[in-house]
Design a binder for this molecule. Structure first.
Ligand code: PMP
Length: 301
């Protein structure tokens, strides 16, 4: 249970963690965020998440009034204060801050920094065993030259609409295409297809977030000897793939067994997906910032 939220320099009780209705994050989705995960007391790829956060901030002209190591310390402090020792989900939000009702961001003098850390609601185990269904949704992924999908902004309406469209079609997840019709990603996950010995994922210029899990899987798969390529592909390539899976902080590596009512191969999660998920789960407990360095010392409990 999360009891304390970090807000602008203080850890405050959950009920007291409130922002003004004049915050431009609330009024306009003006801000950025990160979703991060702790496994067994290790925050997985925290630096990479923070680098993406600072890149997003630079792109939208938002000045984060903290250094990366200060943010690291704040995250550690929030986890410790909430007595989260093992697994946790961390949400880092930086909004433009309080302004007036106009759009002008220069009216917002101080960004609001919020860190929420709580027990993760895991994806149901059953989905990893049976796989998920996807549909291609009518709404296209935001164009990179309009609102770059590389910016993890608080403006997630595009993602929310595609998720709603998948729900209405009775599918577990949405496949989004870019405006040229190339496969981009899920509503909030990256996509990979396996064909023969090759593992393909769309390059981020197609219009996908550069997922931390995606990048970890690319490195892991290369180390394991897979031929991994970042190449554009179409829905047809997904239909005829041997295996398909999605990656993301919450989803980890989740098998996809159908797209648009076409079964992927025999309609069961594939063995390469399973292999990568197993290796990924080993990696996450080893690789990360240790929140409790004293854990292995005598007297720790
Ligand atoms: N795409 C989108 C649109 C997302 O919101 C996310 C989740 N952050 C991802 C992909 C997966 O990224 P990551 O592996 O960094 O969680």
């Amino acid at each position: 249970m999360c009891r304390y939220i970090y807000m602008n320099g203080q850890l405050v009780e959950k009920e007291k963690a409130v922002v003004s209705v004049y915050d431009h994050g609330f009024l306009y989705g003006d801000g950025i965020f990160e979703g991060i995960r702790m496994y067994d007391g290790n925050v997985f790829r925290l630096r990479e998440h923070l680098e993406r956060l600072y890149d997003s901030a630079r792109s939208i002209l938002l000045n984060i009034p903290y250094t990366m190591s200060e943010l690291e310390d704040i995250i550690v402090e929030t986890l410790r204060k909430n007595k989260l020792y093992d697994t946790a989900y961390i949400r880092l939000v930086v909004s433009r801050g309080v302004g007036d009702l106009g759009l002008d961001p220069t009216k917002c003098k101080t960004p609001n920094l919020i860190v929420i850390a709580e027990q993760l609601a895991l994806f149901p185990k059953e989905l990893y065993d049976v796989g998920i269904s996807m549909v291609t949704v009518p709404t296209r992924r935001n164009r990179p030259d309009i609102l770059s999908p590389k910016v993890k902004s608080l403006n997630y309406l595009n993602n929310i609409m595609v998720k709603a469209e998948a729900n209405m079609a009775g599918a577990n997840e949405a496949l989004t295409l870019n405006t040229e019709g190339y496969v981009a990603e899920g509503s909030g996950q990256n996509i990979f297809i396996v064909k023969g010995k090759k593992l393909l994922t769309p390059p981020s210029y197609v219009g996908a977030l550069e997922g931390i899990t995606r990048n970890a899987i690319i490195d892991l798969a290369r180390d394991l000897g897979y031929d991994v390529r970042e190449e554009p592909f179409t829905r047809h390539d997904v239909y005829v793939a041997d295996e398909v899976f999605l990656t993301g902080t919450a989803a980890e590596v989740i098998p996809v067994v159908s797209l648009d009512a076409r079964m992927i191969a025999d309609g069961k999660p594939g063995k390469e997906t399973h292999n990568l998920l197993n290796h990924f789960r080993k990696l996450v407990v080893e690789d990360g910032l240790k929140v409790y360095p004293e854990k292995n010392q005598v007297g720790w409990e």
